[in-house]
Ligand binder design. Structure first.
Ligand SMILES: Cc1cc2nc3c(=O)[nH]c(=O)nc-3n(C[C@H](O)[C@H](O)[C@H](O)COP(=O)(O)O)c2cc1C
Length: 383
């Protein structure tokens, strides 16, 4: 147990400052929330076997906004779960659509592993408009057994991949690792970049910090995270989604009624200032950044960016490297307009025709626990 107990969450950590040691309970997540990370076990239905891997995909705020229809033989139809969106921080559901792509990429890797070829038809009833997702399918995936299909070594990383929000080690990310991550992604219409040294690191750090500060002091955006905050083993095991906080201090504050998640804290509240301080320290520990820029920003492009991110993070995992997305500056709500413009300019993306779809910390870090999953069955659309 660490001497300093903190309440941590989200992409950087909700931290309620240093506190005396509270040793009575563990920060380990309840095992029921992590069952999905044991893989499909002896599942005999091929589509369910494959989906047991797909649901482990990275996805924003761990909302797992995936609905799956298996009623047609040999077909997996994927829908976006429109009850699980982030209207404040992801007003056009760009990130939610990217997470449809991360899901499809893991689905494809798992299908190959099982000897099945996928034919993925995106938006078979037409693409969502630029502002909102809807009830039409995201993808219709046909599976065909095919002994000639090539397995992908990235499959082996699916159960090992985790978003890592810890401070990163000083160990540099070397050119060989950069090349390996780059080659993992087929990049038509998509630019993948990494920065591992130089003065520009300070500019990246400054943009990340400012964007995070804005998200923390904007009442409706911090409240959006509070809504999906799961504090303590009961809440985490019950929901198996969202942002898990299991540190003893947080649990104590909640049980004493001292942490009211229905109200946004003021900008000078320790709940805000300590989060900013903690996030800034993590950003200062970051010696490398990763990004993906696309030409255009339609829904197919967003899905493909999600697929690329999943591959890059799996490739990083194979190299022992961690990633932690920094979405705040990429978000389309008005208060982020300056960080949004700054990161686009910094990465050489012309915001009129290009979009930074992903920007992440990259580095070596201590291992972290997996995050909860609701389980394959919770995504199935029943007859
Ligand atoms: C499009 C997208 C945006 C994300 N943005 C953030 C972010 O800003 N901060 C963060 O900590 N994690 C971010 N994540 C990571 C998710 O929070 C993470 O994937 C999810 O909580 C599940 O955890 P896991 O990746 O460890 O399985 C993002 C993931 C995706 C796919």
């Amino acid at each position: 147990m660490k001497r300093r107990t903190s309440l941590q969450l989200i992409g950087g950590g909700l931290v309620f400052a240093a506190a005396p040691m509270l040793t009575a309970c563990s920060s380990d997540l309840p095992p029921q929330a992590l069952v999905a990370w044991q893989g499909p076990g002896n599942e005999t239905d091929v589509r369910k076997w494959i989906l047991s891997y797909a649901i482990l995909a990275p996805n924003s705020h761990n909302l797992q906004s995936w609905r799956v229809d298996l009623r047609q033989q040999g077909i997996i139809t994927l829908y976006c779960d429109t009850t699980r969106l982030l209207p404040e921080t992801d007003p056009y559901s760009r990130q939610i659509v990217m997470a449809q792509g991360t899901f499809l990429e893991l689905l494809d890797l798992a299908a190959r592993e099982k000897g099945f070829r996928t034919t993925i038809e995106l938006f078979p009833q037409g693409e969502f408009g630029p502002k909102a997702v809807d009830q039409r399918p995201v993808a219709r995936v046909r599976l065909e057994a095919d002994a000639s299909v090539t397995k992908d070594p990235l499959f082996a990383q699916i159960l090992r991949r985790h978003t890592n929000r810890e401070a990163y080690e000083a160990r540099p990310v070397l050119p060989d690792a950069v090349r390996a991550i780059q080659t993992s992604v087929a990049s038509a219409g998509l630019q993948l970049g990494m920065l591992t040294q130089g003065d520009a690191l300070q500019q990246h750090r400054a943009i990340a910090k400012e964007a995070w500060r804005i998200e923390m002091i904007t009442p409706r955006t911090i409240l959006e995270s509070y809504k999906v905050l799961r504090v303590g083993p009961e809440e985490i095991a019950k929901h198996r989604d969202g942002l898990s906080v299991n540190a003893p201090l947080a649990r104590t504050l909640v049980s004493l009624g001292l942490f009211d998640r229905s109200k946004a804290p003021t900008s000078d509240d320790i709940a805000v200032t300590s989060q900013i301080k903690d996030f800034n320290a993590k950003i200062d520990s970051t010696g490398a950044f990763f990004w993906l820029v696309t030409d255009g920003n339609d829904r197919t492009t967003q899905v493909n960016a999600g697929r690329a991110y999943a591959r890059a993070q799996l490739a990083a995992t194979a190299l022992g490297l961690s990633m932690h997305p920094l979405s705040q500056a990429l978000q389309e709500y008005p208060e982020q307009a300056k960080p949004y413009a700054d990161i686009h300019r910094m990465l050489g993306a012309d915001a009129a025709r290009q979009t930074v779809q992903m920007w992440a910390r990259l580095g070596y870090a201590p291992a972290v626990q997996p995050s909860p999953r609701r389980g394959m069955a919770s995504h199935l659309i029943s007859a």
